[in-house]
Design a protein around this ligand. Sequence first.
Ligand code: 5RP
Length: 260
Amino acid sequence: MSWGMKNRLSKTIDPKTGRSVMLAVDHGYFQGPTTGLRNLRKAIDPLLPFANCLYITRGMVRNVVDPGTNVPIFLRVSGGPSILQEDLSDEHITVSMEEALRINAVGVGMSMFVGGKHESRSVANLGELVNEAEAYNMPVLAITAVGKDMVRDSRYIGLACRMAAEQGAHIIKTYYCEGFEEVIEAVNGVPVVIAGGKKIEEKAALEMAFNAIKAGAVGVDMGRNIFQSDNPVGMIKAVNAVVHDGRTVDEAFEIYQKKD
Ligand code: 5RP
């Protein structure tokens, strides 16, 4: 791996712990003003000191993130259909590599839809994005989006993650499932982070992060379970405690409960 690629990856995965808490706030790219993110600046400002990087779209970077920030920007570069569409898999690459470089992004991310109507194109999009990104030492995050009819088990998640790894993704974001060790084994060393998914009880979300780390994930790219919590700052601190500090679920839950 070249110096630039290693340097960019180190802005996402903390070299001290080998782990990452990515804060995902890109949901508006297909969901519009998602609960908790209507006023994006207000939502993220208190959370930024506790995130290894911010996973966000270029439009929102320009509008709400202070260019003087120390938080690295990981840019979503795919999009297309909104939640009004039956089929969400009809995505395209919407942001150029030059734009990612202009923004000084430490990585670019896109969704791939294994099992979706446009599966083949999304896999090709990933391969092409990796081709382009590697010319600039830009890491690519592949997000294994799950279709409505797909069962989130290790067989399906393992298939999607392995396909992402085969295309050359540098990091893979997926959903936690039973038998997650098999998913980790299937990607043969590509770092894996989990998405949080829909809002669940804080303790259950911390337990999911804990189990993912135990199974070999390097961290989370979590959104709703942080910014939709009744204590978002407490929750992101608690997630950090699990991911970076090896704390138990109970210890992390106590951290979440503290309100400064
Ligand atoms: C949407 C995404 C989100 O970034 C991802 O789902 C993480 O957020 P959450 O923890 O809310 O699921 O990629 O496609």
